[in-house]
Design a protein around this ligand. Structure first.
Ligand code: 1GP
Length: 256
């Protein structure tokens, strides 16, 4: 009997198991349409990234499919949609984070958009990864907060984050995502990551405002399973910087 190919979710679990933690490079579809995209994707792949996310709170261009095709042609790593809106759905990707904004109380982000998107996603045959998405206060009003019309969880209240994560796990969701928001001046606090990872066994993605490999290392040591960088690697998409992130993330996991 032929083996079934591994799903993208299974690949993420394998990365967590084998490397301890993984590095996800976020590509913003609006900023990725230039000729530099294949080089950025190749650099990140060579630097030791584990997968790509693509998405953004706003999308001004209509090149989503074209950007995805370019990415897929430039790497063999998984390319996963991190949708900022209903317009960010494509069969070209390997999977989509099926985000439920559980920290908020906006019904569109809890179920309304999912109902609209689900028949289209089903028809495309796109793999969904049920993701409990939590906005954490990041020192400034981020696009994610503004666009979702929800309030983030206060950074000094890790217990509130833990209770949300537990609820997500009990509901049967597959991944927790702690998000300070793109360009946040303060990333998700280490203490919150530590508490959530202690109480909840789901893979824990952490992103928003992470600007240095050292910061990424501290978050992995606290229990993050995946670290996302967007802004900093957009500003400086060199192999050197991405390798420093990948090395910090992979080596910190060994020290947990
Ligand atoms: C991923 O939204 C973030 O969770 C990306 O944040 O752009 O600040 O890296 P940055």
């Amino acid at each position: 009997m032929k083996d079934q190919p591994m799903s993208t979710y299974e690949q993420l679990l394998r990365i967590r198991k084998e490397r301890g933690a993984g590095y996800l490079v976020l590509i913003d579809p609006d900023k990725a349409t230039g000729a530099g995209l294949p080089a950025v994707v190749r650099n990140a792949t060579a630097a030791g990234a584990d997968a790509f996310l693509i998405g953004g709170s706003l999308m001004l261009s209509d090149e989503f499919d074209a950007v995805l095709k370019t990415m897929k042609a430039s790497t063999s790593l998984p390319v996963i949609i991190f949708p900022g809106s209903l317009f960010q759905i494509s069969p070209v990707a390997d999977a989509i984070l099926y985000l439920v904004l559980i920290s908020g109380r906006n019904p569109d982000n809890l179920i309304g958009n999912h109902v609209i998107a689900s028949p289209i996603i089903k028809r495309m045959g796109l793999e969904t990864i049920s993701t409990a998405y939590m906005l954490i206060e990041g020192g400034t009003v981020t696009s994610a907060e503004f666009m979702s019309n929800t309030r983030p969880i206060p950074r000094a209240k890790p217990d509130i984050a833990v209770a949300h994560a537990l609820a997500a796990e009990m509901i049967g969701m597959k991944v927790i995502y702690l998000e300070a928001g793109s360009g946040a001046t303060q990333s998700v606090p280490v203490e919150m990551i530590r508490k959530v990872s202690r109480h909840c066994s789901l893979p824990l993605i952490v992103g928003g405002g992470i600007r240095t490999p050292e910061e990424a290392r501290q978050k992995v040591e606290a229990g993050a399973s995946f670290i996302v960088t967007g802004t900093v690697t957009e500003e400086n998409a060199t192999t050197d910087l991405m390798r420093a992130f990948a090395d910090a993330i992979h080596s910190a996991a060994g020290r947990r």
